[in-house]
Unconditional design. Structure first.
Ligand code: TEU
Ligand code: CA
Length: 538
C-alpha cells in the first residue's frame, strides 16, 4: 500500500525548529524533544530539510559531506535516535537529497579543482571563450550569472544556485555511483525516503548558449531532459530495494513533464511539488510580487487537480513567504488561517504542513537588510543596489519575497525567544508576534488554528473520501472556491470564502465543520469562512 497517499507530511527546517543546547541553533535532540507535538497533529512522516555538514551558505542546501550530520545539529547517533523515536510514534523520516550541486567545500570539489582522478570531471568545468568572456550566457536562480572562476583549476565552474554550490556533472558516471551509495547509506539507517531538491535540473545536455530570457537564460539545456529521466530510473533501482518513497522538487514543471516524472510504470518519482499555484501572485520572476488574486490561484489548483492523478499539496515551505499574509488576511488571522488549513487538508493529494503553519505563524518583522540571512535575498539586495534602487524600495521588494520570512524560529510559547532557545539570541530573529502566536496558548484553546489542524487531520482519517476521493470543482469565482470530494457513496463538499465580505454559494448539505460557530448551512458564508458539508444523497 502507498502509505504516503494517506499520510500528512510535516516539513522541519532544523535550524529553526528547537534548540536543545542553548547555542541559538535548532538541532536533532531538539526535534526529538518535540516529536509528541507532531504525533498529536497526526503526521505520518517528517521531511527534514538538510542536516548534513555544510558551510551553511544556503543553510544546508550546500552539502560538504553527504554521509554525516552537521555537528551544529548533532551526530549520526542523534539521527539514529530520531529515526527510532519517530518510528515509535508511527512517523517516518524523509531526508533532503540535494544532488544537483555540492558545496565547494566538499572533498570532491577540492579534488576536482586539483584534477585528481577520478574526480576531475565531477563538476562542469569550462575555460573562458576565446574573447575572454564567460563560457556561456546562462543566468542562475539566485540572480547572479552562473559561472565562477577557480584559480586552482584555472577554469570556470557552473553553479545554477549560489557561488558556493557547484553543479555536479552527471555525464561523469562515477557521480551517479556516489549518489547511489549515499541513498544506501541513509536507507540502511532506516529513513523512509527522500525529498529530492531541484531534481528535474540534474542533466545538462550541453553548455551551449541559451535563448535570451528575462530570467534563467539557458533553462532549455537542463529543464526535465531525457538524461534526468534516465538518472531517476537508475536511482529507483536502489530505492525499490528498500520500498523507499521520493517526492521531487521540480521547478517550472508542466503537467506533461509531471506525468512523465511520476507515472508509476515509469519508476521515477512517486510524487512531486509543482509551482504554478505559488506563482499566481508574481510578475515574470519570483522577486516581483503583485497582489494576490484568488481566481488565478483557484484555477491553477483546479488545473493540477485535474491533470494529475495525485498531487503534493502545499502552501508553505522554507522558500516561500508565510501563507496567511499571502493568500489569507492578517486582519482575519484566525479565520483565514483555518480556511487555508481546510484547503490544504481537503484537496486530493498528500498534504505538506511546514513548521509553524499549524499555529498560523506569519512573515518576519525585520526592519532592514542587515537582519537577513537568506543568500538569495542578500544577492537580490546586492543586484538592486548596483542598479541604484533606493533602499526603501529595495527593502519593500525583498521583505515581501525573502525566504527568511518562513525561517524565523518556531514559536513554542510566550517565554524568552518563544521557547526556541535559552540563548540570548537565536541564529535568526524570533518574530515578536510570538506573544500572541505560539503553540502553548493554542493548545489550551479549542478554537485555535492548532486545534483546527488537529481536528481536520482527524476528519481526514475518518473520511476516506477526503483522502482517496475524486475531485470535482463546483465554483471558482474571484473569491469563492467550492469543490466536492467523492468516493463511492461518501461525498463531501468544501466551500471557502477568500474575502472579508460575506458570500453566497449554491451548495447545501449537512454541516460537518465551519470555522465559525453555526448550526446549519444555508449557502451564506461569513468573511473567510470555510465549511465542510456532507452531501445529502439525491
Ligand atoms: O529550491 C529550488 C528553487 O528553485 C528555489 O530557487 C526556489 O525557487 C526559491 O527558493 C524560491 O524563492 C531548492 C531549495 O528548496 C532551496 O532552499 C535551495 O536554496 C535551492 O534548491 C538550492 O539547493
Ligand atoms: Ca543547538
Amino acid at each position: 500500500m502507498e502509505w504516503w497517499k494517506d499520510a500528512i507530511i510535516y516539513q522541519i527546517y532544523p535550524r529553526s525548529f528547537q534548540d536543545s543546547n542553548g547555542d541559538g541553533i535548532g538541532d536533532i535532540p531538539g526535534i526529538i524533544s518535540r516529536l509528541d507535538h507532531l504525533q498529536e497533529l497526526g503526521v505520518g512522516a517528517i521531511w527534514l530539510s538538510p542536516v548534513y555538514p555544510s558551510p551553511n551558505d544556503d543553510n544546508g542546501y550546500d552539502i560538504s559531506d553527504y554521509k554525516n550530520i552537521n555537528p551544529e545539529y548533532g551526530a549520526l547517533e542523534d539521527m539514529d535516535r530520531l529515526i527510532l523515536e519517530a518510528k515509535r510514534r508511527g512517523i517516518r523520516i524523509l531526508m533532503d537529497l540535494v544532488i544537483n550541486h555540492t558545496s565547494t567545500q566538499h572533498e570532491w570539489f577540492e579534488k576536482s579543482r586539483r584534477r585528481i582522478v577520478p574526480y576531475t570531471d565531477y563538476y562542469y568545468w569550462a575555460p573562458p571563450r576565446p574573447d575572454g568572456s564567460l563560457p556561456n550566457n546562462w543566468t542562475g536562480f539566485f540572480g547572479e550569472n552562473c559561472w565562477q572562476w577557480d584559480d586552482v583549476r584555472g577554469e570556470y565552474y557552473l553553479h545554477l544556485f549560489a557561488r558556493t554550490q557547484a553543479d555536479l556533472n552527471y555525464h561523469c558516471p562515477q557521480v551517479l555511483d556516489e549518489v547511489k551509495d549515499i541513498l544506501r547509506f541513509w536507507l540502511d539507517r532506516g529513513v523512509a525516503g527522500f525529498r529530492c531538491d531541484v531534481i528535474n535540473l540534474l542533466w545538462k545536455d550541453s553548455l551551449a548558449d541559451g535563448e535570451k530570457r528575462l530570467a534563467l537564460t539557458g533553462l532549455e539545456h537542463y529543464l526535465t531532459l531525457e538524461g534526468t529521466h534516465g538518472i531517476l530510473r537508475q536511482l529507483r533501482e536502489v530505492l525499490d530495494g528498500y520500498r523507499a518513497f521520493t517526492v521531487g522538487e521540480t521547478v517550472f514543471v508542466t503537467p506533461d513533464m509531471a506525468r512523465d516524472l511520476c507515472a508509476p510504470e515509469r519508476r521515477e518519482l512517486d510524487l512531486l511539488f509543482s509551482f504554478e499555484h505559488m506563482e499566481t501572485d508574481q510578475y515574470f520572476i519570483k522577486w516581483l510580487k503583485r497582489d494576490f488574486r484568488p481566481k488565478p490561484f483557484f484555477e491553477a489548483l483546479i488545473k493540477w487537480q485535474q491533470e494529475l492523478p495525485w498531487n503534493a499539496i502545499y502552501l508553505e515551505n522554507h522558500d516561500q513567504p508565510r501563507s496567511i499574509p499571502r493568500f489569507g488576511c492578517d486582519g482575519w488571522w484566525r479565520e483565514s488561517g483555518k480556511l487555508l488549513a481546510t484547503l490544504l487538508l481537503t484537496l486530493r493529494g498528500t498534504p505538506f504542513i511546514y513548521q509553524g503553519q499549524e499555529i498560523g505563524m506569519v512573515d518576519f518583522d525585520f526592519d532592514g537588510v542587515d537582519q537577513l540571512n537568506d543568500v538569495e535575498s542578500r544577492n537580490v539586495n546586492r543586484i538592486l543596489s548596483a542598479y541604484h534602487v533606493p533602499e526603501g524600495l529595495r527593502w519593500r521588494i525583498i521583505a515581501r519575497t525573502s525566504r527568511d520570512n518562513a525561517r524565523t524560529p518556531m514559536q513554542w510559547d510566550d517565554g524568552p525567544n518563544a521557547g526556541f532557545t535559552t540563548a540570548d539570541r537565536a541564529w535568526l530573529g524570533v518574530n515578536r508576534s510570538y506573544h500572541f502566536v505560539n503553540l502553548a496558548d493554542q493548545e489550551s484553546d479549542p478554537d485555535s488554528i492548532w486545534s483546527w489542524y488537529k481536528d481536520l487531520a482527524k476528519l481526514r482519517r475518518e473520511r476516506e473520501a477526503l483522502r482517496r476521493g475524486d475531485f470535482l470543482w463546483l465554483e471558482a469565482t474571484h473569491r469563492v472556491f467550492v469543490y466536492r470530494r467523492r468516493l463511492g457513496a461518501e461525498s463531501v463538499t468544501v466551500a471557502l470564502n477568500f474575502s472579508g465580505r460575506p458570500a453566497r454559494v449554491g451548495s447545501r448539505g449537512t454541516l460537518l465543520r465551519s470555522n465559525y460557530r453555526r448550526d446549519g448551512f444555508d449557502g451564506r458564508l461569513q468573511p473567510w469562512e470555510a465549511v465542510i458539508l456532507e452531501d445529502r444523497p439525491l
